[in-house]
Design a protein around this ligand. Sequence first.
Ligand code: C5P
Length: 229
Amino acid sequence: EKLAIVTIDGPAGVGKTTISRMVAAHLGYTCLDTGAMYRSFAWMLTRTGHDGEDLKKDPSLLAMLGNVEMVLLPPLPGEENGRVRLGGQVLGPELRTEAISFLASEIASLPELRRVLTLMQQRLGAKGRVVIEGRDTGTVVFPQAAWKFFLDATPEERTTRRLRQLRARGDMATSEAALLESIVARDLADRNRSIAPLVAAADAYTIDTTNLDIRAVVGEMLAHIGSKP
Ligand code: C5P
């Protein structure tokens, strides 16, 4: 049986977060940003003085990190990304650094970590009426979702979009070349890992957003869902 769930998967910088917020607002659904959960584990790892190798070698570390209460919070007014409450601390921009992006992608290839986070995601989305975004949400987390989308765009276009966001936030330091390189590297890692790789589900509706603006993408998605934009 299909669940009232919309999954949105796709590569870094394609606009999943903005788009999932708009689709969710239209449908009256909540949002679940699974990338924020991988980022949270990466952040806790760094915070406790560890790296990805430590996590691979020491399973007790995963148990420890898994015991920290994690609550996804909505974005503050004027912000795109939601916040995450980890134990007693509320995190926002700390989760969005390049270092955390890379570490998140690195530890996302560990089966034990994916098992923990996938279970949490399934528990959080079980009641339905939720838009879930990530890399494997339509393939692994909720294969029984009623509507699955795969959003794509060229690496160059995604770099342009990310750069615009960074500049709007006052980041003038990150260079276009460095950003393109990091986006390409993360895609490669996400697409080629052996567990839950970034790939469109067989029954996903794929949209190449390279030449579309956000409104057009959201409109096409809502039309597919059968809800008037
Ligand atoms: O979407 P976001 O860029 O925040 O995700 C950060 C990283 O977390 C991704 O590069 C990917 O390696 C990992 N991730 C994942 N599966 C998900 C969501 C994110 O492997 N469902």
